[in-house]
Design a binder for this molecule. Structure first.
Ligand code: NAI
Ligand code: MG
Length: 492
């Protein structure tokens, strides 16, 4: 592997906290090391926010919401215009943001530049266009016509604490900030400690776009300190979180003390179902994208591959060949298809699941690290998996897939649903009725038919069961950032 990743062609411009429109050091003066996962080397020291910084940020967001010009001078249309401006600025700086993301997360530049960044821009534009279409309704109510007038308003919830993960750092910031800003809330955003950089650059662009001070505050820091303080803060009205379900359980319990609203987008163990009547080459491509995209660090990864018995061997042969041919290496090489796992912790966790898998099932591709520097793991396929095994039940969040055989549609639906999760599922078949029957029977927030990992800002995304609460994207996300007010008027 070349050493170019350490000499990444991107300058880290901002490492401080954004509070009330100003870039400040943390109250404690503390910083934490930010690593390049492709090399394990420190690339920046980032201000580490703690309770005191969260207090200041919440106060700024509170003032911006309660007393600032945000509520009085920024109409919904004006908020939309600001969001359009922000999207334009992101587009203008897309090369820099993509490089920063690749440096910070380890994912390939081909993905950050041509998947993450376009989706970020699309997301802000989508919510820009929705901002002036958020409204209530007139409700026909009991009584003689013309005696009562009843209508609803959709109002912002207030101060939102947004806690995001490291797998799509900038995109997750966009999914959270876009709808919440369109609806008129103010925010304290806590990025993941593994990937603090792109949110800070985004903060600069938010300021440049003209959002008033305090509307978006960005406090980097650790989950157990900064994140915890945000969740417990009485000045915060809602927590929107993406990450591990076990963290969501802690957040829900802590948020209960102040009855905060919560919305969660959590993990999965999504079944990717291949029938023998599918276009097998297309299904192999879909299985590859389903599990190996973004190093497998994807909440909706197709980590359980369920293949009809009669097609199993032919499918696995093609799939293993494709996995072995995947190009790993320097994330800054435009030809690289798979980069580094985000951190040593995540690398160790995935490798420990690979060891578990080797005891439970057969490893037919990968099963080891790639290279001797950075956190790279070869695309790994296990066959002979039973759905009760740990590698079939627990979220690994890496390039590791568990292949199981099935005999008929009844069996596969039962196995597909035999999980605590319910984020996504996919079906590969040429039989359209069978595809839609499965789509109806699977308990998951998204079902893909003859495709995988397709996203659009207009299409809602979220989970059943342990995979989440509420929906992101689409109009649904605006609902998650608004309260409904009902107004009655006596006309007599
Ligand atoms: P995590 O859920 O601990 O971290 C996500 C975010 O929550 C980060 O910003 C973190 O600082 C914050 N956080 C952590 N503990 C908190 C607390 N007590 N209070 C408030 N905020 C807190 O996820 P982690 O530890 O980085 O990864 C562990 C596993 O979680 C992964 O291996 C993967 O299986 C899963 N995960 C799922 C994601 C998804 O998109 N669904 C994203 C990231 C991780
Ligand atoms: Mg954690």
């Amino acid at each position: 592997m070349s050493a170019t990743a350490t000499e990444a062609p991107v300058k880290i411009r901002q490492t401080k906290l954004l509070i009330n429109g100003e870039w400040v050091d943390s109250a404690s003066g503390k910083t934490f090391d930010n690593l390049n996962p492709a090399t394990g080397e420190v690339v920046a020291r980032v201000a580490e926010g703690g309770k005191e910084d969260i207090d200041r940020a919440v106060l700024a967001a509170r003032r911006a919401f309660d007393d600032g010009p945000w509520r009085t001078k920024f109409s919904s249309r004006k908020r939309g215009e600001l969001l359009y401006k922000l999207a334009d600025l992101i587009e203008k700086n897309a090369d820099e943001l993509a490089a920063l993301e690749t440096l910070d997360n380890g994912k390939p530049i081909s993905e950050t530049r041509y998947a993450d960044l376009p989706l970020v821009v699309q997301c802000f534009r989508y919510y820009a266009s929705l901002a002036d279409k958020i409204h209530g309704e007139v409700i026909p109510v009991e009584g003689k016509p013309g005696t009562m007038f009843c209508y609803t308003l959709r109002e912002p919830i207030g101060v939102i604490g947004q806690i995001i993960p490291w797998n799509f750092p900038l995109l997750m910031a966009a999914w959270k900030l876009g709808p919440a800003l369109a609806a008129g809330n103010t925010m304290v955003l806590k990025p993941a400690e593994q990937t603090p950089l792109t949110a800070l650059r985004l903060g600069e662009l938010i300021t440049e776009a003209g959002f008033p001070p305090g509307v978006v505050n960005i406090v980097n820091g650790f989950g157990e300190t900064a994140g915890d303080a945000l969740v417990k803060h009485p000045g915060v009205d809602k927590i929107a979180f993406t990450g591990e379900y076990k963290t969501a359980q802690i957040i829900m319990a802590n948020a209960a003390q102040t009855l905060k609203r919560v919305s969660f987008e959590l993990g999965g163990k999504s079944p990717n179902i291949v029938f023998a009547d599918a276009d097998l080459d297309q299904a192999v491509k879909g299985a590859m994208a389903g599990i190996f995209f973004n190093q497998g660090e994807v909440c909706c990864a197709g980590s359980r591959l369920l293949v009809e018995e009669s097609a199993h061997d032919a499918f696995v042969e093609k799939f293993a060949a494709a996995a072995n041919a995947r190009k790993l290496g320097d994330p800054f090489d435009p030809k690289t298809e798979q980069g580094a796992q985000v951190s040593k912790e995540q690398f160790d966790r995935i490798m420990s699941y690979i060891e578990i898998g080797k005891k439970e099932a057969q490893c037919v591709a990968g099963g080891e690290r790639f290279g001797d520097k950075g956190y790279f793991i070869k695309p790994t396929i296990f066959t002979g998996v039973d759905n009760k095994m740990r590698i079939a039940q627990e979220e690994i969040f890496g390039p590791v897939v568990a292949v199981q055989k099935f005999k008929n549609p009844q069996e596969v639906t039962r196995v597909a649903n035999d999980t605590i999760f319910g984020l996504a599922a996919a079906v590969w078949t040429r039989d359209i009725s069978k595809a839609h029957r499965i789509a109806n029977e699977v308990r998951a927030g998204t079902v893909w038919i003859n495709c995988y990992n397709t996203f659009d800002s207009a299409a809602p995304f979220g989970g059943y069961k342990y995979s989440g609460m509420g929906r992101e994207l689409g109009v649904d996300s605006v609902y998650a950032y608004t309260e409904v007010k009902t107004v009655w008027t006596n006309l007599r």
